[in-house]
Ligand binder design. Structure first.
Ligand SMILES: Cc1cc2nc3c(=O)[nH]c(=O)nc-3n(C[C@H](O)[C@H](O)[C@H](O)COP(=O)(O)O)c2cc1C
Length: 365
């Protein structure tokens, strides 16, 4: 069964058209479909004492603690229990909503607060969350619409990337309770799009929905990437928007996305530059590499100019994990670094764990 949780109050809205597109596509494919139409159901968004038929501690009310006991005793209020049953039956869940304040409308957030209960969706006595959350094995996908046009939802745009905007929902809600998360389907600028474009978006959505069970999932770091302190192990390169977007480098973190301060190149006497385009295939080597290689480079007068975060590919087939620029006093020094016998083992480790393009060039006068 596929569950669609839907939050829009207007049957003539584009969101409603997306809902109908998904429902019809899935029914045509032979799926059973259930829809939680939250406005139509007048779904209660506020978490409160009345969510529990019996209370463990009615003097000092702790919502999450009461959820835990209600899950053990089967004493959730009936509107919550009904939604939980739908989730038990669901193989996949689609969350359909217009983006409101960079998030889901409050009625859907209330559904999450009340239905993804401690003990039922995550947590419990064994502290199950992320890939061990109770929704593990089920797929989830966001389908959302925005008022902002697509160019505002880009890494350089006013709203930032859509991936960053949706990270709290993708990671903090869906992945947290264990879902395998599919890339979102987003229609930007809905308020200003013409009929033809909207109709093409519905066709594209039908295609996406028909591949719900086959499409590739979004990447989240697996448990094995984290150390005991729940931080990425040294040497594991952050690969999600949430972990790359931090502003302060983590003091225990040695991953390669830590950015050395940019050096204004015009004020230096460097004349030779090296650009490294790296596509990492195995992350094991990175921690040791960034500990040992910079001192060798420094001995030849070389230093980093910039090291990228996530790279957006605008044209071409290469999908780099990272691009870095280095400056050297001259080409002789650059070549001497590349051929330094001390660098050789690290070069070999890099070559084994990444596909790399390296360019050396002199600055144009
Ligand atoms: C309360 C509210 C908050 C909104 N917040 C955002 C927002 O953060 N970003 C955005 O791009 N659009 C925002 N919008 C615009 C809606 O996303 C847009 O009108 C909607 O996706 C259009 O779909 P519909 O025609 O199905 O309602 C907001 C609209 C409302 C009413």
């Amino acid at each position: 069964m596929i569950l669609i949780v839907y939050a829009h109050h207007e049957p003539t809205s584009f969101n409603h058209a997306l809902l109908e597109t998904a429902r019809n596509t899935l029914l045509r494919q032979g799926h059973e479909v259930e829809v939680s139409d939250l406005y139509a159901m007048n779904f209660e968004a506020r978490a409160s004492r009345s969510d529990f038929q019996e209370m463990r501690d009615s003097v000092r009310f702790g919502y999450s603690r009461e959820q835990y006991y209600a899950n053990r005793t089967g004493s959730f209020a009936s509107d919550i229990a009904v939604e939980m049953d739908k989730l038990r039956r669901a193989d996949a869940v689609i969350f359909q909503f217009p983006l409101w304040w960079f998030s889901m409308p409050a009625i859907m957030k209330g559904w999450v607060d009340r239905v993804f209960a401690n003990g039922f969706a995550y947590g419990g006595s064994t502290g199950q969350f992320f890939e061990r959350g109770m929704m593990a094995g089920k797929r989830a996908m966001i389908c959302t619409t925005t008022g902002g046009p697509s160019y505002t939802f880009s890494p350089a745009g006013m709203c930032g990337s859509m991936e960053a905007a949706l990270w709290p929902i993708h990671n903090g809600i869906l992945r947290f309770v264990g879902f395998d998360v599919l890339p979102p389907f987003v229609v930007n600028g809905v308020d200003i799009l013409d009929r033809e474009t909207l109709s093409a978006a519905l066709d594209a959505y039908a295609q996406r929905v028909s591949r719900l069970q086959e499409d590739e999932l979004m990447f989240f770091h697996p448990w094995s990437d984290y150390a005991g302190d729940m931080r990425l192990k040294p040497g594991i390169q952050a690969r999600t928007i949430g972990q790359l977007a931090r502003s302060e480098p983590d003091e225990a973190d040695t991953s390669v996305d830590e950015k050395p301060a940019a050096i204004p190149i015009l004020e230096t006497d460097m004349t030779a530059y090296m650009t490294v385009v790296l596509t990492v295939t195995d992350t094991e080597w990175i921690g040791e590499y960034i500990r040992h290689v910079p001192p060798i480079m420094e001995r030849h007068g070389g230093r980093p100019v910039t090291v990228s975060g996530l790279v957006d590919v605008l044209e071409g087939d290469v999908i780099p994990s990272q691009i870095a620029h280095f400056a050297f006093p001259n080409m002789e020094a650059l070549n001497a670094f590349m051929e330094d016998p001390e660098y050789l083992p690290w070069k070999e480790a890099r070559q084994a764990g990444a596909n790399t393009l390296i360019f050396a060039f002199n600055a144009a006068k």
